[in-house]
Design a protein around this ligand. Sequence first.
Ligand SMILES: C[S@@+](CC[C@H](N)C(=O)[O-])C[C@H]1O[C@@H](n2cnc3c(N)ncnc32)[C@H](O)[C@@H]1O
Length: 262
Amino acid sequence: MSKKNGLSNKQEDKWEPKNFMLEATTIWSFTDRGNWATHNGQYRGNWSPYIPRNIILRYTNKNDLVLDQFLGSGTTMIETKLLERRGIGVDVNPDSILLAQRNLNFSRNEKYKPKIYQADARNLEFITNSSVDLICTHPPYSNIIKYSNNIEEDLSHLDVDEYLEEMKKVSDEAFRVLKDEKYCAILIGDIRKKKHVIPLGFMVMQTFLNSGFVLKEIIIKEQHNCKATDYWYKKSIEFNFLLLAHEYLFVFRKPKSEQKKL
Ligand SMILES: C[S@@+](CC[C@H](N)C(=O)[O-])C[C@H]1O[C@@H](n2cnc3c(N)ncnc32)[C@H](O)[C@@H]1O
C-alpha cells in the first residue's frame, strides 16, 4: 500500500478507465461500474463514474466549473479533478463530506482539488448567479434510500409530493447558478409503491422544465448490481410486477435570457 493516500500502487497507475469511448446513443449500460482512481461502489446509491465522465467530457472544456449539489461520496468531483475541471461539491450530510474528502485525497492534479461545502442544494447562496458551466448531479429518489437518520434538510426523508415541492427549489437554484446556454444533467429513477409505478423521473423532469430549462437529451441508463435484487426478485414473482431496471439521465440546457421571454 502507498503511505501517501491509501491507494495501492496498482490503483495509483489506474487514473483512467481502459479503452474509454464517449457514449454515442441514448442508452447507457455499464456492466463494469468503474473502479479507476479512488472510485468504488461502497457508498449506497452512488453512481458509476462513467456517467459524470461522459457528461463532463461532452459538455465542458478544461478549467470549466462543474457543480454537483448532491455530492455523496464525491464521484463527480473525483472526475472533475482527474479531467482538470474546477469543481464545487455540496451535500447536507457531514459523513458524506468526510467520505468525499477522503476519496478526493489523491495526488494527481492537486490544482483542481474541488471546493466542498456542507450545505443544502436548495440554497447555494455561496455561488453567484450564472457562474457555473455544468451541473452534473444525482439527487435522492424521494425516500427510496435514506441517507441519514436525523438531518432535517435531507430530501431522502420526503414522500413524493413534498419531495417534488422541494426539488422545485433545487431546480430554481440550479437555474440561477448555471450560465446561459450551459447544461444541467441529472440522474433520477422511477419508484414503485403498492405494486404500481410512480414516474418520479418524468415528474422531476417536469419540475426542471418548470424552472425554465429546456430538454436536450433523455438517456436511459440500465441498472446493474442492484443490492436488493434477490429480495425484490422474490417479491416481483409473488406480486407479479416487473423489476425497475433503468433510470433516466436528463440533460437540460439553460436557454439564453432573451429566448426565455419568447
Ligand atoms: C444519490 S446520493 C449521491 C451519490 C453520488 N452521486 C455518489 O456517486 O456518491 C444523494 C445525496 O444527496 C444528499 N442530500 C440529500 N438531501 C440534500 C440536500 N437538501 N442538499 C444537498 N445534499 C442532499 C444525500 O446526503 C446523499 O449523499
